[in-house]
Ligand binder design. Structure first.
Ligand code: WTA
Length: 655
């Protein structure tokens, strides 16, 4: 976050109470209601979650034990049998929701499609039967590399239905990144599309899959299922590649949901951390189903008449929890959009709101800042009166963007829910209830009932009001990640050891800095580790450094985030070249493209500085803090006495 954003957040004093009429009709109607719910949950979290699990979900068989906690490993609803695809589909078919829109899809260019719960159920069953035919069994992993089309959600639900954990890989990742993830998950099948639309151009998804699988790089992957989307010519490898529409034609629309153990793996989702390789975050079935269900229901004050739109991509956790599983488990109407604002159609977001009468709109601060830049004439020219709740996620929201969102989009009528959470947490951890919690611009407000959040120092001692510290969670919750796929040690080290356990108390370390104010409101300040947040996308600096040094010209690289008005943070790289290379504009371009090839366009460095040396401590550690100052064009702050060679800094500044 930039200095000026931190400054404005520190001075933020405005408070916005929920409108009286909104509160009256809300599920949770007042701050007192929230507090009593919170206190009840905190007094006995297991009882609280067990009651909700009973009320809100269908179980084939009830659990024996609510929580088995062997820190840091948690099991929820042990012995229970459940299927999230059943909860998202089948149970709605015996109600009036059978013919309610489950998914509304607005595609590019101008395509659209609506699937009722009955129709969605049928297609999910068909795809489940097809992937079984292709040899996928319960427990086998399936890679999903798709554009934002209904078949992405259908594929996820089909996997869940037969108990095959999915791993969705964001369609913006390169073939290299796709390969790494498919290899780590040992995916047996890849579901993809010929292509997808992105800002008036085609993203050649199938071609990337071909590259990822070339030379038998992923030996486990014996089949590829291809959805026809863009219709451009692609290569189909006989025996390996199959068109979805061919197989769908002969597939039965009946496929009973497999009763899964509550703790069976539902999916793996790769996310960036402090080391080079992304880690596979593992989520399981029962707890995740419950938590995403309840958070969607209360935080969005969900009503049966809502048209709910989350603008995330299904490749990220937000798409998993709050486009697919949470909304559908509640029987809501969830809107999926393939497009994005572009010069030929800058007002498209507001067109979609108007066209479908969207009532709940959930997006990211970086998108809001882009909307501001495109101009308020765009939303003002559309009818946005259907909106009743606005949400934000992904990074700290600067108060200016929050106020614009409230005034221009929400027309001062819509409560804003700023939701703090992570891939690892599965669902919202800190967020207001729209009818109950007075909001402050830039604060995610207070924890969800059952979430024991705190701001502590590195020894686990709570810090005082308004003192900065580390965000930590002190009790397991149903949708917490269970482990890092195939790497329980990394799970323990990354999340549970940074703040060592104290007197039997364990601390989940979120990797975010935060402060709590005198009213108990949390203000999340951003990452305290080597993770940077570019347009709400999480990237590890080491991941980008590894990509850079894999280029023959690069001897050493250091990557830091620098403040960016639009993206929140942008990527700045410092590069030392091998002896036989010299710096040039062409090489800079080539290196940027190399990172795009290795990871994806989201990781393209904004600038690359060539240098002969990097600031290091006497023990050889790169002092990133100094590089961050340099990249931001700031004066070097703090202590530099441990620096090995001070002249390095002067050279870098001049260069
Ligand atoms: C950041 C996205 C401030 C934070 C759901 C977190 C936020 C990381 C917020 C997780 C928010 C997310 N306010 N910061 N409302 N939401 N973050 O795993 O740094 O892609 O640790 O999950 O995004 O990113 P991830």
């Amino acid at each position: 976050m930039s200095e000026s954003t931190i400054e404005s957040i520190l001075q933020e004093k405005r408070l916005f109470a929920p409108p009286a009429e909104f509160a009256e009709n809300a599920q949770i109607k007042s701050l007192e209601d929230y507090r009593s719910l919170y206190d009840r949950a905190a007094a006995d979290p297991q009882k609280f979650w067990a009651e909700l699990a009973e009320q809100e979900l269908h179980w084939f068989q009830k659990w024996d034990t609510v929580l088995d906690w062997q820190p840091p490993f948690a099991k929820w609803f042990v012995g229970g049998k459940i299927n999230i695809s059943y909860n998202c589909l089948d149970r709605h078919l015996t109600t009036w929701r059978k013919n309610k829109a489950a998914l509304i899809w607005e595609g590019e260019p101008g395509d659209s499609r609506t699937l009722t719960y009955a129709q969605l159920h049928r297609e999910v069953c068909q795809m489940a039967n097809v992937i079984k035919e292709l040899g996928v069994k319960k427990g086998d992993r399936v890679g999903i590399y798709m554009p934002m089309i209904p078949e992405a959600a259908i594929a996820m639900l089909a996997c869940a239905r037969i108990g095959a954990p999915h791993t969705v890989i964001f369609g913006g990742f390169s073939a290299e990144a796709l390969k790494d993830r498919l290899q780590d998950a040992e995916a047996k099948l890849v579901i993809t599309a010929d292509g997808g639309w992105r800002k008036d151009a085609i993203v050649p998804l199938k071609e990337q899959v071909d590259k990822a699988l070339a030379n038998n790089a992923v030996p486990s992957a014996s089949n590829v299922l291809v959805v026809k989307r863009t219709g451009q010519k692609i290569q189909m490898q006989p025996g390996r590649d199959h068109w979805w529409h061919d197989l769908q034609a002969g597939a039965s629309g009946d496929c009973p949901a497999e009763p899964m153990d509550s703790e069976d793996m539902l999916f793996i989702l790769y996310t960036s951390g402090t080391t080079g390789k992304p880690k596979g975050v593992v989520h399981t079935t029962g707890g995740y189903n419950l938590y995403t269900h309840v958070t969607t229901k209360w935080t969005f004050d969900l009503k049966d008449t809502d048209v709910y739109w989350c603008t995330a991509d299904v490749g990220w956790i937000t798409g998993h929890s709050y486009i697919v599983y949470g909304p559908l488990s509640n029987g809501a109407t969830s809107l999926m959009y393939e497009g994005a604002p572009r010069p030929s159609n800058p007002g498209c977001i507001w067109d979609v709101v108007e066209k479908y009468g969207v009532t709940i709109f959930y997006t990211a601060p970086t998108a809001i800042r882009a909307f501001i830049k495109m101009g308020e004439h765009l939303p003002k020219a559309r009818d946005l009166s259907s909106l009743r709740i606005l949400g934000t996620v992904g990074e700290p929201i600067n108060p200016e963007a929050w106020m614009w969102y409230r005034e221009i989009i929400g027309q001062q009528r819509c409560p804003i829910v700023d939701t703090w959470w992570q891939t690892e947490t599965g669902g919202f951890m800190i967020a207001p209830f729209p009818g109950a919690t007075p909001t402050k611009p830039g604060s995610a407000t207070m924890p969800f009932p059952g979430i024991l959040a705190d701001v502590v120092d590195m020894e686990g001692n709570p810090v005082g009001d308004n003192e900065g510290g580390y965000l930590a969670i002190k009790h397991p919750w149903p949708s917490m990640m269970r482990t890092v796929y195939n790497n329980p040690d990394r799970f323990r080290k990354t999340y549970w050891e940074p703040i060592p356990p104290k007197d039997g108390q364990h601390f989940y370390f979120a990797g975010d800095g935060a402060r709590r104010d005198e009213d108990g409101y949390f203000w999340v300040m951003g990452r305290v580790d080597d993770v940077i947040n570019v347009s709400g996308h999480r990237l590890g600096t080491m991941e980008i450094e590894s990509a850079l040094v894999s280029h023959p010209a690069v001897a050493e690289a250091a990557v830091v985030g620098k403040p960016d008005d639009l993206k929140g943070e942008a990527i700045a790289a410092f590069v030392i070249l091998e002896n036989n290379y010299s710096s040039s504009e062409d090489l800079e371009k080539e290196l940027k493209q190399h990172v795009v090839n290795e990871i994806g366009a989201l990781a393209r460095p904004a600038d690359i500085r060539f240098s002969e040396d990097l600031p290091k401590t006497r023990s050889g550690k790169i002092m990133r803090r100094l590089l961050r100052n340099l990249a931001a064009g700031q004066d070097i702050a703090g202590d530099t006495s441990t620096l090995q060679d001070r002249s390095v800094l002067d050279k870098l500044r001049e260069g």
